[in-house]
Design a protein around this ligand. Sequence first.
Ligand code: ATP
Ligand code: MG
Length: 437
Amino acid sequence: MRLSRYFLPTLKETPAEAQIVSHRLMLRAGMIRQASAGIYSWLPLGLRVLRKIEQIVREEQDALGCHEMLMPTIQSADLWRESGRYDAYGPEMLRIRDRHDRDLLYGPTNEEQITEIVRAAVTSYRQLPKLLYHIQWKFRDEVRPRFGVMRGREFLMKDAYSFDLDLAGARQSYNKMFISYLRSFERLGLKAIPMRAESGPIGGDMSHEFVILADTGESEIAYHRDFLNLSLAGRSIDFEADLQPLVDSYVAQYAATDEERDRALEASLGDNLITGRGIEVGHIFYFGTKYARPMNARVTAPDGEPTDIQMGSYGIGVSRLVGAIIEASHDDAGIVWPKSVAPFAVAVINLKATDPDCAAASEGLYRSLCDADIDVLYDDRDERPGVKFAEMDLIGIPWQVIVGPKGLRAGLVELKDRATGERREMSAEAVLSALLK
Ligand code: ATP
Ligand code: MG
């Protein structure tokens, strides 16, 4: 991508309305533009990151055997009347009436919709278990939309739903998601801590919020200090095996709690306890027959009796993650993208666009990287070096290749690592072979 042709409306001034660093940086980096309170347009740079996150979430859901589908944003109120939630949901629900005076709503979540789909097709225990997900925009008319995309009114969520015959099956589905979430967040460059969450009317231990550490987070969290050293990276997981021991090794030894909620558990961690604040990026939740019962989602059990289907739901805040990742990864100069979600992998900076040698060398690097299928942003503009450096640091691309007239005379360009700030002088060929690795 040539920056001269790209749409990257960066801001030099710090926007006054933004209270937290991720919101400020997203506005300054030209990633989003507010359309109205809590509702944003995603500009090209922001959309690239959103899509990268979405794709990682998608791959990890697919890997555990969850199947993607797509449900509409607009839902019928009648479905929500069946579950009893149409009246219960309150003013966060955006209610709409169509030209035939039928009540509709912009979905804040999709339990009713998916239950209706599954009950129409699944009638025997032999068809279970089923795991389905979609990645779709939601609307919740939050009282206080704030912090940019972190608490928006319109936001992108991955929501998955599990359908099982019995509690043992539901637990296995839950455990698959639990492990899959740890992997997903790790791939996103985050340490997400599963925190025992309120489990609603049916009780039990199958509700966890996944929280990443950030001082600006809205959740309070207490966790075992060793948690941050755990990793599933590179470990292949057999999702059909019994995952309980693996889940237990996280939950029992490294339990994290909401400070208010579970003082006893906290006490058991003693000196290993660390308290802090965090951002909820995901929530997994077993809710039994809460929707299946009122909505008549039943199967015939092996004994021939009709049985309510056991369900769970599993959310990830895809658009919130864009802000959350920035909260976790930035410095004074701007965003520092983890490589897995960076909008471009490499930036080529031509320090003197009017110099034919600089232009030829930069073009050459740009072409070779593009040919190797690497996402490159090429700053080919006729701008001062200071402006170029500041903008590239602001938008946080992991590698910068800096091409200037002085270096070129010695046959050298510079390779800068955005995260560490380290700069190395090398030949263009050496840069290419380093980046192609
Ligand atoms: P919160 O406690 O932050 O209000 P929630 O518990 O209402 O979130 P869930 O219903 O569990 O949220 O939704 C699943 C995920 O969707 C959350 O973990 C979060 O990452 C994301 N999410 C929820 N509300 C918003 C919002 N207003 N803006 C952006 N993302 C959101
Ligand atoms: Mg929640």
